[in-house]
Design a protein around this ligand. Sequence first.
Ligand code: NAD
Length: 475
Amino acid sequence: MIGPLSGKFIDNVNPATAEIVGQIPDSNEKDIAVAVHAAEKAFPKWRLTSLEERFAILNRIANLIEENLDTLALAETNDNGKPLWLAKKVDIPRAAANFRFFATAIMHFATASHHNEGVSVNYTLRQPIGIVGCISPWNLPLYLFTWKIAPALAAGNCVIAKPSEVTPVSAFLLARICKEAGLPNGVLNIVHGTGAVTGEAIVTHPKVKAISFTGSTRAGERIAGLVAPKFKKLSLELGGKNPNIIFADVANAKDAWEKMLRTTIRSSFENQGEICLCGSRILIEETVYEKFKTDFLQMIKDELTVGDPLEENTKQGAIVSKVHYEKILNCLAIAKQEDGKILCGGNAIQLEGRCANGFFIEPTVIENLGPDCTTNQEEIFGPVVTLQSFKTEEAAIALANASQYGLAASIWTNDIGKANRMAANLEAGIIWINCWLVRDLRTPFGGMKNSGVGREGGWEALRFFTEAKNVCIKL
Ligand code: NAD
């Protein structure tokens, strides 16, 4: 562990209390040069470690994440504002699962060979790239950080990794865990600092050969502009404005309707709506629009407690930072200016006690806005959803696709033919039928349009973090 060469630090704030709880290094290009140097020294040996050895180290990291679940979950909650039970149930177990998944995946990763009868045999080598950069956002801090680091390391690369400056602590704790698990020095270099300085120093360093980035479309565009002329490999997982499409036939069965409502509460407001996959545009078939509205608003009123993230019964915690809180409030002001009708929420909340100065916003539902308005076009990334109605399957597809984004979509119907037709016609990289956020780490993950370039997950991630080399043997 070394401090920033500039001697400068950035305050780390707990969004539930608005208190400064620590400081993180404000690293610059000199710190990145040191990290790259360490990675360069470590790479020749790391790339030649046996698959069994890499498996053993990554699997030990997974075990240690599980053993440290309580500490890591608390760090995540204090940095991000998410309910502690959610960090314990989702974020930290998933971080362990990422390491375990890629520890085992690398043992089974195989390459192709092409036999050209009587002429040649070609076989493909998949070799580590060298030094790669991994940059992640604040919404699912350790979950997304490890989603990139684990496959990069498994594939034999050395990594320069930067967590969000807004949620740095779990990455710091991960560095300790990796050391304890026996990951050699220089193989994983975790650097802290801002996107504009530290992040850009990583992506522009000539020895960093591939960048895996998850974050906003705005930063993704900037990074793509910086690295395209350098011909680096680039994976971009960006923003979303996902449709959640509800057909009338779901109302025919009480259980199906109830399941849809419960899942829609989650897909709208889980993690304060700060999940790129949240269904922020709810599209409802006209004949059940009023029924949906009544039942959805009632469930929000009955069940969606906003409160101290440390309390067991809190369903929605604090917004991640003051800047983001103000951005969401500004989006609500725009929705009102656009003549959006606020059905519930629409305001900040002031809690009492420990969280009196924290950044909390009511779960908000808005109707009366068309597909082209700013509220339905721009990613808000908070506890805010809109309702729109449609009459036909074609109209649902047109509404769903009326977006610059194309990350995910949910479809609710008991008609499997309709569900499959919709899935084929929606412009989104991830489609859920009668569910949301059900993940299988083997599946390709990523978005279309302005939601990104490339796919992560499963073999896709191992292909991204390796260089393909064809070897041709004349027969
Ligand atoms: P952000 O783009 O501001 O920051 C993400 C990370 O990139 C941070 O570590 C930041 O420091 C760094 N960064 C910012 N500018 C940079 C630059 N010019 N060069 C290099 N690095 C830079 O995003 P955020 O506000 O932290 O996260 C929210 C966004 O992330 C939302 O848009 C959300 O949809 C998106 N997101 C996407 C996915 C996905 O899988 N598609 C998952 C989670 C979040």
